[in-house]
Design a protein around this ligand. Sequence first.
Ligand SMILES: O=C(O)COP(=O)(O)O
Ligand SMILES: [Mg+2]
Length: 237
Amino acid sequence: MPKLIDCIDAVCFDLDGTLVDTAPDLTSAANMMLLILGGRPLPEERVAAFIGGGIDEFVAKVVEASHVKSDPAQHAAANALFRNLYGQRVFQHSRVYAGVEQTLRALHGLGRKLFCVTNKESRFTLPLLRSAGLSGFFASVLCADRLEDRKPSPNMLLAACNDAGVSPSRTLLVGDSGADVGAAQAAGCRVVAVDYGYHGGVPLAQLQPDGVVSRFQDILELSVGAQQGCHALRAIA
Ligand SMILES: O=C(O)COP(=O)(O)O
Ligand SMILES: [Mg+2]
């Protein structure tokens, strides 16, 4: 049976919940913000479920969960405060997941072009990847600095395919959320979901990714099925 990895030329990786467990630092910044705003702190498991749709969405969910009263002006202030606090601690307690470095090295050795495609803004993503020792693996890093690029928009994935000069149908996205699966499906890319990240309770298998893995390194072992083969890839939506 052909391996999925033999059917693709480029691999795009989501960051939060896929490459790095960023929940500890996001929770620390969120709880510092809540303390300043007079809200109740939240446990990390609760905060982790809010990660995936970018910082504005994250802050709105944190504020709502903590029952802090906020009008639009306070909301803008909370967003600015959170960004300031998170910028001071992007890789203090966050950790690269097991198997990530070895697998990225193996994919690099196989000649695959690697990209990071994240809903995180570049001002946090680039220092985080540097501190985590992962920057050197990626041909480029695409960040959702513009609202319209946020996954599930296919924009960043299509830009990565364009950069790599490969067709979306020969590009794989590895991600942890419904937004990742949606972006890949809209771009016509293959998608594998990791189930250890932050999917906010969304049952990823129901979104019909090409595979679901519980360990990062298992993306190297997935097969595409005997009759299906590499040629049965989806067309661009
Ligand atoms: O910033 C977020 O909420 C999530 O970023 P991700 O796309 O790397 O998971
Ligand atoms: Mg993610």
